[in-house]
Ligand binder design. Structure first.
Ligand SMILES: C[S@@+](CC[C@H](N)C(=O)[O-])C[C@H]1O[C@@H](n2cnc3c(N)ncnc32)[C@H](O)[C@@H]1O
Length: 240
């Protein structure tokens, strides 16, 4: 008897993927790109060399490539590469990449947590809004893979929804693409990373104000220490 192939969940969402902005509460806070732009601006501040073209950046679980596209639109000139378990999402990422930005990023399908990238290939690895879609028993393999492809001295950034924020829990419970989501807080991410490698860690909380009102971002930056923002970023530096 042949084993049944179960295609990755996001293959079903790929063609119409809009980051869950069909949720009316989320839509009131800004358009889909404004949510991505908060993370992209945070990354540009954290990694000024993104403007120099010298960094190789992996977007792990890149989906339709929104983060790389928004970064490039802000002037980032890194070598972008992406991977995902869903070939449908990767096909959309190629299709949605603006021709004006030059060639689309290299995009690689994953086999489970594993990628085809060489050990220590990347200066920067980003994983954004992915871990809550990975079943908890499978997360250690993801942390291990992120550490494998990051070079010594490289930086790893984990962006996630913050389950301590009640509005986040309300939206996630009503968003079809999050039907199987298991949210995790920043402490769980830090523990997961530390069980896979010796990182120096820092955490920022993001999105206290609506992403569509970018002029309020100074308020967000002043509150980055408060564990109530709608999202958080865990920054991990691998020892040199
Ligand atoms: C909500 S989307 C986020 C996409 C993108 N990172 C972003 O921020 O726009 C979640 C993505 O995680 C991917 N995904 C789910 N499980 C994964 C896994 N185990 N490894 C890598 N990607 C995974 C899905 O295929 C999907 O593209």
């Amino acid at each position: 008897m042949s084993a049944e192939f179960d295609p990755p969940e996001f293959d079903r969402h790929a063609a119409s993927y809009d980051g869950g902005i069909d949720n009316s509460v989320k839509r009131m806070m800004g358009d889909a790109d404004s949510f991505i732009a908060v993370k992209a601006r945070w990354l540009m501040r954290r990694e000024p060399a993104l403007r120099s073209g010298s960094l190789i950046l992996l977007d792990y679980g890149c989906g339709v490539g929104d983060l790389m596209r928004v970064l490039a639109g802000m002037g980032a000139r890194a070598t972008f590469e992406g991977c995902d378990v869903s070939v449908g999402m990767l096909a959309e990422a190629s299709r949605r990449w603006p021709a004006a930005f030059g060639p689309a990023p290299t995009l690689e399908p994953q086999e489970g947590a594993r990628t085809r990238f060489a050990d220590r290939r990347f200066d920067v690895v980003v994983i954004s809004a992915v871990l809550h879609h990975v079943p908890p028993p499978e997360r250690p393999a993801v942390y291990a893979e992120l550490g494998r492809v990051l070079r010594p001295g490289g930086r790893l950034y984990v962006f996630e929804h913050n389950p301590r924020n009640p509005l986040v829990r309300h939206v996630i419970a009503r968003t079809p693409i999050d039907a199987n989501a298991v949210l995790l807080d920043a402490r769980e991410v830090r523990q997961g990373l530390l069980s896979a490698g010796r990182y120096a860690l820092a955490t920022d909380y993001l999105m206290f104000t609506p992403p569509g009102m970018a002029f309020l971002e100074p308020v967000d930056r002043a509150l980055a220490w408060l564990p109530l923002g709608a999202q958080y970023a865990v920054a991990a530096r691998k020892p040199a």
